[in-house]
Unconditional design. Structure first.
Length: 404
């Protein structure tokens, strides 16, 4: 490893796009980790220091070749992460420690499972992971940072990071899995009779209002439709006042045309998809679908369910897409087939007292979270029991029984 050089980069623009994207390989959430997505967040003024996000990406170089990279950000708050560590901040205050700024590894604003260090094919992933974590630890010590946090980690990378000293914290999120449904009715067949009626009634209400939902994909997405999506996004955020979580700027949507190959817009309209009254924005890669944002100019009951859940599910079934992650939050998602699944974040702390307290707490907290996932899913309106949950077995196997 002596021939490797580490460099810290204050913007992803400092790293070559082709070299970055070549490290992705079979990344589980590639659309959110491609250079163009991360660059658009930074270049649009959405993910910048004045908003509490300082890009601080780590690159590992061999001569002029980028061997590995870690998307990282110095954070002055915990917003836009969807892993709620405010209790950690409170504990730090009680110990007389400063919790912010902290170092965070994730795709900003996106609670999407798949974070990992990006490592070139043929390299020793375990060794590179350990080296990069040592560099991150040194960076934190030099800059007085209490914690480094990797959020929504790729389950394939998790064992390498844990072997190098990271501590796992389990949370949960809803996800829809397609075992090979032939059509939307096959999806409905998994529910009990009452819930099948509910779903049909909700969809019929939208149709009765004279609205149709059309998927607009890739090159079909005109700049004007992306501008319209910004309107819906801003309007929806405004409904929640100071808690509206309006993170993306208008400039992000204006330039999102360069991301069109990854985008799907679900337009609710009265006849012309280019003239929507409501719309949702999703990301896709041919294997997975991710719901991100939505908004509406009309107050119509059940329209949200149609635009954000049912129409995307129907679209995914038609294309053989196996997983649909609708985003964080919302207990109403569960009753529509989005089962609770474990999501893991990995943490490192520089203060021994702080680390010891959290490591003692984590086994109990993780066990309780897995029990809650099981209890939530047991109450869902499925016929013949809850489908098997991907990821739970791995989460249980990696949860320690005592402090490491």
């Amino acid at each position: 490893m002596a021939e490797l050089q580490a460099r810290w980069h204050r913007a992803i623009a400092e790293l070559p796009q082709e070299a970055w994207d070549s490290l992705l390989g079979d990344h589980a959430a590639a659309p959110f980790y491609r250079w163009r997505w991360l660059h658009r967040l930074e270049a649009s003024g959405s993910i910048v220091p004045r908003e509490g996000w300082q890009p601080c990406h780590l690159g590992l170089w061999r001569g002029g070749e980028l061997v590995a990279a870690a998307p990282l950000y110095l954070k002055g708050h915990s917003y836009g992460e969807f892993v709620f560590d405010q209790s950690f901040a409170q504990l730090a205050g009680q110990l007389g420690l400063r919790y912010y700024p902290k170092l965070v590894g994730m795709s900003p604003l996106s609670p999407v499972e798949g974070y990992r260090f990006l490592i070139a094919a043929g390299e020793d992933e375990a060794a590179i992971t350990a080296v990069m974590l040592e560099l991150i630890d040194a960076f934190c010590r030099q800059n007085g940072l209490l914690s480094c946090n990797f959020l929504y980690v790729d389950c394939r990378w998790r064992p390498l990071a844990e072997a190098a000293g990271c501590s796992a914290w389990i949370n949960q999120q809803g996800c829809w899995t397609n075992p090979g449904f032939g059509d939307f009715e096959a999806y409905l067949a998994g529910f009990n009779a009452n819930q099948r009626r509910n779903v049909r009634r909700e969809r019929a209400a939208v149709a009765a209002a004279g609205l149709t939902v059309t998927a607009v994909v890739g090159e079909e997405i005109a700049p004007a439709l992306l501008e319209r999506m910004h309107h819906f996004y801003a309007q929806h955020c405004a409904r929640w006042g100071p808690w509206g979580s309006k993170y993306l700027t208008q400039a992000f949507f204006k330039a999102a045309g360069e991301l069109r190959s990854d985008l799907v817009l679900f337009s609710a309209h009265g006849g012309d998809p280019a003239d929507p009254v409501a719309m949702s924005l999703c990301m896709q890669d041919g294997q997975g679908l991710w719901g991100r944002y939505w908004g509406s100019d009309v107050d119509l009951e059940n329209l949200h369910f149609e635009v954000c859940y049912y129409a995307p599910i129907a679209w995914a079934i038609e294309r053989g897409i196996r997983r649909f992650d609708p985003g964080a939050g919302g207990s109403h998602k569960r009753r529509r087939g989005f089962l609770a699944e474990p999501r893991v974040s990995l943490h490192r702390w520089s203060d021994p007292r702080f680390a010891a307290i959290l490591r003692r707490w984590l086994p109990e907290a993780n066990g309780a979270q897995l029990e809650e996932i099981e209890a939530v899913n047991a109450e869902l309106p499925f016929r013949g029991g809850v489908p098997p949950l991907p990821g739970v077995e791995a989460a249980v196997e990696s949860t320690p029984d005592s402090e490491p």
